[in-house]
Design a protein around this ligand. Sequence first.
Ligand code: PRT
Ligand code: ZN
Length: 283
Amino acid sequence: MLRIAIQAKGRLNEESIALLAEAGITVEEGKRKLLTRSADFDVEVLYLRDDDIPQAVAMGVADLGIVGLNEVEEKEQRVEIIHPLGFGKCRLSIAVPKSEDYADVRWLEGKRVATSYPVILRHFLDEKGVKAEIHEIAGSVEIAPVVGMADAIFDIVSSGATLITNGLREVETVLKSEAVMIAHPALAGDKKKLLAQLLFRLEAVERSRGLKYVLMNLPDERIAAATAVLPGMKSPTVLPLALPGWSSFHVVIREKELWTKIEQLKSLGAEDILVLSLEKMIR
Ligand code: PRT
Ligand code: ZN
């Protein structure tokens, strides 16, 4: 049995559940308690505040956790970061009132910086040799300069809209973050086995991202030319149609080159092109 801690509610909750579901681990949302057992994989899901996930995993209360890299770095708990998950992307940045003439980090010398991430900020300032006062506040960090509580802030930025609304300008990006899978550093053998199985499934899901399965009807004499345009993974699959002289041509395409490739295939005589989404790719 593997116990995975995920955020109970908040920005990472839905995507964490969706990711587990894609890996074949479904948890009943309706009856959600602190702890839910998955019906289809030897896994239990523990719902926590994101702040508590690194510690829960370090203590072994949970074997794995899904949490923002920002929380992992801030809490400095002994956990292993085993896999980036590609969602919850954001950055931890320093921002100053936009009227300030900020040239470089020396501007921060002797200033007051408000943040909910004092540990990461302390490391950054020490590394840069800057002495500034860190004011730890729990929420609404972005209003601290307006109300005169701080000269600058250090906070999570995603689109940057919150900074703009509060008359702030991002001046230093300190950490790029996304949701990551973390693990207890000393998992027992049977748990390691389950983890390997889970990672294998997640990789199959990831590999299929941005890929489409395309099939079309093609005159037989155009198969070689179409294969040159779209070599596929090993080679395209070609199946005869009941209509003599025609084949069905199947191949996997990257979504970003879908339209250019389809135009080339159409000019080669491809007809009745179907584009299907690809759910998993297992190697
Ligand atoms: O209750 P709990 O403690 O579990 O949740 P929480 O309120 O501490 O965290 P939550 O749900 O807000 O965020 C969870 C995680 O999502 C964070 O730790 C980050 O890893 C990640 N994440 C991704 C973000 C954002 N994007 C984000 N935009 N977390 C917060 N924000 C905030 C940001 O602080 C800003 O104030 O959203 C606001 C809007 O951002 P802009 O730049 O798009 O305007
Ligand atoms: Zn939190």
